[in-house]
Design a protein around this ligand. Structure first.
Ligand code: GN1
Ligand code: MG
Length: 370
């Protein structure tokens, strides 16, 4: 990320209520959306802060985005500090305000920056996920949702409207097919068919939501497994990447965690013949999650939990594919077919999950029975 000079970074950093001066800043390349820098101060070998330039093409209303993050992190912090809250607790990311008390800093050129305290974590944890780590990740997600369960859903803004609304994602997909601006549609008939034939069945959770059969809750909405941080003892510290915390269905979080955790390869691995769903990790994550959430969730939510893994894998296939058809305007890509590779990967994972459907369902049933 050469686009920010060290001078720029030092200037931006100076807007925040922080201690020390920047010695160096290292770009973090894992996200697809914002530009993230790990900032070291006073020669520290470990990063001290995370500085992020917010992607304002995607997050149009930065005030609302940052209000959500502030509301959620301060609510979690209050629960952590509050002696009257007796349940198990999960830590939280800590936002650093600007010197004049704002939640982010807007430069004259329009760039919007925010700063978090760097959460010292076990960086290697997610490279080799064990069943124990998966279970702890599931527990962390359960705690995140349960600690926020009494924060009114309507107190959060919708930072991206219709973010996981499958009907609207399918409309965008169909519009991209019609428009076909890069003339890419002719060569991807198999993928078009794979998306289209599943559309109706995939709307299950959204239908139940519209019929009032499952509740809206505060959800994270971007729970790829590496958004859960762990310490050296592999105990969960907190969830990061809070841009999309807003009202949603628990399925979005459970499903996205499984989509990323239980895939035997990375989401953009082209070797799709190696793709399978790791049922051991799935089971462990579900055990950790349900230990916390079993008594919070309604029967209808529990019944459709296994389905959520297929739902989120499908939604991601639709989104990557739409972006491919549109000419890669949303996700950062490293090469021209990157979004198509991601699409094929997600469709192969979906296929594997369909094969394992009964197994995945009975794993959840068995966990909730005990
Ligand atoms: C994006 O930036 P990152 O990697 O955290 C996307 C998620 C997708 C993910 C797929 C705001 O998240 O919804 O699941 O890519 N975030 C947004 O890797 O669109
Ligand atoms: Mg994200």
């Amino acid at each position: 990320m050469q686009k920010f000079s060290s001078q720029d970074i030092a200037t931006v950093f100076g807007c925040f209520r922080i201690r020390g001066s920047v010695t160096h800043a290292v770009p973090l390349k894992t996200g697809h959306i914002n530009d993230t820098l790990l900032v070291h101060v006073n020669g520290s070998p470990q990063p001290d802060y995370v500085l992020q330039c917010i992607n304002t093409d995607i997050f149009r209303n930065v005030d609302q985005l940052m209000e959500n993050i502030w509301r959620v992190t301060s609510y979690l912090q209050q629960k952590i500090d509050d002696g009257s809250y007796s349940g198990e607790k999960l830590g939280t990311l800590q936002l650093v305000k600007t010197t004049d008390g704002q939640l982010f800093c807007k430069e004259a050129n329009g760039n919007c920056w925010r700063c978090f305290v760097y959460c010292r974590h076990n960086v290697a944890a997610c490279t080799q996920i064990t069943p124990a780590l998966a279970a702890e990740g599931g527990r962390a997600l359960g705690l995140f949702q349960s600690m926020l369960a009494d924060l009114p859903v309507e107190s959060l803004h919708h930072t991206i409207s219709d973010f996981h609304n499958l009907s609207s994602r399918l409309s965008q997909f169909n519009a991209a097919l019609q428009e076909n601006p890069r003339k890419r549609a002719a060569e991807v008939a198999a993928e078009i068919e794979a998306i289209s034939r599943r559309a109706k069945d995939m709307l299950l959770v959204h239908r139940l939501g519209e019929e009032g059969k499952i509740p809206l809750r505060i959800t994270h909405n971007d729970t790829k497994f590496n958004n859960i941080l762990f310490d050296d003892q592999e105990k969960a510290l907190c969830l990061v990447d809070l841009d999309t915390v807003m009202p949603g269905y628990v399925h979005f979080d459970f499903g996205d965690a499984i989509r990323t955790l239980a895939n035997t390869v990375a989401e953009d691995d082209p070797e799709i013949e190696n793709i399978d769903v790791d049922l051991n990790l799935y089971k462990s994550f579900a055990q950790g999650y349900l230990k916390v959430m079993k008594d919070v969730l309604t029967p209808a939510e529990i019944e459709t939990l296994a389905f959520s893994a297929r739902l989120m894998t499908y939604i991601m296939a639709v989104r990557f594919f739409t972006d491919y058809l549109m000419g890669d305007i949303y996700y950062k890509t490293d090469y021209p077919a990157h979004n198509l590779v991601r699409t094929r990967n997600q469709l192969a994972l979906l296929q594997a999950m369909e094969t394992a459907k009964e197994n995945m369902e009975s794993i959840i049933e068995t966990i909730v029975e005990v």
